[in-house]
Ligand binder design. Sequence first.
Ligand code: ZN
Length: 297
Amino acid sequence: MADASAAPEVRYETDEPVTYNVVDNVAWVMMNRVQYNNAQNSQMTYAIDAAFKRAVDDENVRAIVLGGEGKHFSAGHDIGTPGRDVSKSFDRVHLLPDHVGKKGAEFLYTREQEVYLGMCRRWRDMPKPTIAMVQGACIAGGLMLAWVCDLIVASDDAFFQDPVAKMMGIPGVEYFAHGYELPTRVAKEFLLLGERMPADRAYNFGMVNKVVPREELREAVTAMAAKLAAQQQLGLWLTKQAVNHVDELRGKRAAMDAVFHMHHFAHAQNDLTTGHSLGGVTGKSAAASNKSSEKDG
Ligand code: ZN
């Protein structure tokens, strides 16, 4: 129960963890915790959700871009900044109870249903076409954000990584799309070794739609979004639903539900054996171990 009871005071470094701008019928939703490489706390998650809601509600918005300001798309879920707010209550967007005050494994199980699995499914199913614009690091929770988008455009310096199994003994991030985004053997390698996958390798498996030089990233995304914005909107909605439905027929939802429970068994096991649901991993220790493993590899 380290997560719930330790509850350090939350200090947000910004009131605007996400910026929202509409340009030429395209909504640009940009993560804006540059100082922390866009680590995702609940403040940011709910701000992304609010931005998507705004984009869906606005008749003039015909395509949505999700990106991150600064050097990196996203370093993942916030596991150690002063703005880490896992023990804070928010108005839920799903019919779920508040996780705050829940005892034992129920705390994280309830929270992650809402802010990770629930949010990602909700975002994947938005009726408007979405593009993830990825530069630099796209790690763990960052992967979830890229994967829920319909298309992914990456810069040549981007890399993808899920080090959760390697570092925490947990079978990957909460939105378990690995086996749908990558061929089986590659998904296993990605999870078991937890190494960085460069954008060009991800492109080879079709996980990324386009790789461009860093300085051309925004331009490439703008051009792709303009094409989507020019198309018949209902047709795009039906088309993305059609492909998503094929994934469902391949068992995506059921697989994710099954793995979500393994994920929480592993959180609970960590808590029972180390007193910490992440197995003692903090933002600092994660960054250090990632650095040293990249040197080895
Ligand atoms: Zn988790």
